[in-house]
Design a protein around this ligand. Structure first.
Ligand SMILES: CCCCCCC/C=C/C(=O)SCCNC(=O)CCNC(=O)[C@H](O)C(C)(C)COP(=O)(O)OP(=O)(O)OC[C@H]1O[C@@H](n2cnc3c(N)ncnc32)[C@H](O)[C@@H]1OP(=O)(O)O
Length: 303
C-alpha cells in the first residue's frame, strides 16, 4: 500500500485541488496551454506548476507566467498558497524554485501593479509581497533557487530568500536588486536579506547603484552559490537538496531560524508601517512618473 502511494503529487495552481497519482500513473500538469500559446496569463489561469515527488520529498515549483514571470498579485497569492500547502505536507522536505520560461527566472514585481493603482490596491499588493517573502525566508523546508534566467529586483529577492542559489552559467543572465534604477527604494527587509547574503559593503554598493550582475559576477560576490550549465540547473538543485537532507532536520531548521529570525521579526513587528510607507511612497506623483518612464524605456528597448 505504501508503495502504491509513493509517487507524484501535483498541486493545482489555483491551489484548490490536490491530486495524488501513483509512480506509474501519468504525471498531471496544470496550466501549460498558456505557456505554449506565449500569451500573457489571464488572472484566472495558473502561474506555476507544483510537483511533489513523494519518493524524494522534493517539490518542484516551476513559474510559468508569460512573458517574464512578473510578480503580480495573483502570482504572489498563488505562490504563498502553494508554499503553505507544501509546508504542511509531511512528505515534503524541500522545494526547488525554477522557471518554465526561457531566459527569465522572474522579472520581479509587476510594475503595472504599482502604476496608476488605488492606495487600496497598493496595500493589498504590498501585503502579498510581504507574505511571499515571510513564507519563503521563514520556511522550515530546504529551499533551492534554480535560476535559469535573468532575475532582477523582486525576482532576486525570491532567490535570496532561499537557502541556496544555483544559476545558469550564462553571462547574458543578470541578477540583483536594481530598484534605485527605477527611482524606487528597496525596503529594509530586501536590504537585510541582501546584507545577510553578500555582506554589508557589497550590499551597500549594489543597492545604492541598483546593480545587476552577470551570472559569473554574481558568483564572485556570493549573490549566487554555484554556476552550472543551463541544462543542469534543475538536476543540480535536486542533487544539492539531497546533501541538505543528510543533515538532521531539526538541527538544520533551528539553525536556519536562529539565523533568519531577527530580520523576520523586524518585519512582523513593523508590518503595518512597512505597508503604509510603501503606499505613501509609491503613490507619489514623482514616483509614478519614474515608473512610467521605466515602463516606456522597456518598450523602447524593444522597438
Ligand atoms: C518604500 C517603497 C518601497 C518600494 C519597493 C519596490 C520594490 C520593487 C521591486 C521590483 O521588483 S520592481 C520591478 C523591477 N524589474 C525590473 O526592473 C525588470 C524589468 N524588465 C527587464 O529588465 C526585462 O523585461 C527582462 C526581465 C530582462 C526581460 O527582457 P526581455 O527582452 O526578454 O523582455 P522585454 O521585452 O523587456 O519584456 C517583455 C514584456 O514584459 C514586460 N515587463 C518586463 N518586466 C516587467 C515587470 N517587472 N513588470 C511588468 N511588465 C514587465 C515588458 O514591458 C514587455 O511588455 P510588452 O512590451 O510586451 O507589453
Amino acid at each position: 500500500m505504501a508503495a502504491l502511494l509513493r509517487g507524484l503529487k501535483s498541486f493545482s495552481l489555483s491551489g484548490r485541488s490536490l491530486s495524488i497519482t501513483s509512480g506509474v500513473a501519468p504525471h498531471r500538469r496544470y496550466g501549460l496551454p498558456s505557456v505554449l500559446s506565449g500569451q500573457r496569463n489571464s488572472s484566472s489561469s495558473s502561474k506555476m506548476t507544483v510537483d511533489l515527488d513523494s519518493s524524494t520529498g522534493i517539490a518542484m515549483m516551476r513559474f510559468q507566467s508569460p512573458p517574464v514571470n512578473s510578480l503580480t498579485l495573483d502570482f504572489l497569492t498563488e505562490f504563498a498558497t502553494n508554499l503553505e500547502k507544501l509546508e504542511m505536507d509531511k512528505g515534503c522536505r524541500g522545494v526547488v524554485l525554477t522557471s518554465a520560461l526561457p531566459k527569465i527566472f522572474s522579472a520581479g514585481l509587476d510594475i503595472r501593479e504599482m502604476y496608476g493603482k488605488s492606495p487600496e490596491h497598493c496595500r493589498e499588493f504590498w501585503k502579498a509581497v510581504q507574505e511571499m517573502w515571510l513564507k519563503l525566508y521563514g520556511s522550515s523546508m530546504v529551499t533551492v533557487a534554480a535560476i535559469n534566467g535573468s532575475s532582477p529586483a523582486g525576482g532576486c529577492l525570491m532567490a535570496l530568500a532561499c537557502d541556496y542559489r544555483i544559476m545558469a552559467d550564462n553571462p547574458r543572465y543578470s541578477i540583483g536588486l536594481n530598484e534605485t534604477q527605477l527611482g524606487i527604494v528597496a525596503p529594509f527587509w530586501f536590504k537585510e536579506n541582501m546584507v545577510n547574503t553578500v555582506g554589508h559593503r557589497m550590499a551597500e554598493i549594489s543597492l545604492q547603484l541598483g546593480l545587476l550582475y552577470s551570472a559569473p559576477d554574481a558568483l564572485k560576490m556570493g549573490l549566487v552559490d554555484q554556476l552550472v550549465a543551463e541544462e543542469a540547473v534543475v538536476t543540480t538543485a535536486t542533487e544539492t537538496m539531497a546533501k541538505w537532507f543528510a543533515v538532521p532536520g531539526h538541527a538544520r531548521q533551528i539553525t536556519k531560524s536562529v539565523m533568519r529570525k531577527p530580520t523576520i521579526d523586524k518585519l512582523l513587528s513593523n508590518r503595518e508601517d512597512d505597508i503604509n510607507n510603501f503606499v505613501t511612497f509609491i503613490t507619489k506623483d514623482s514616483i509614478q512618473k519614474s515608473l512610467k518612464m521605466y515602463m516606456e524605456s522597456l518598450r523602447k528597448k524593444k522597438a
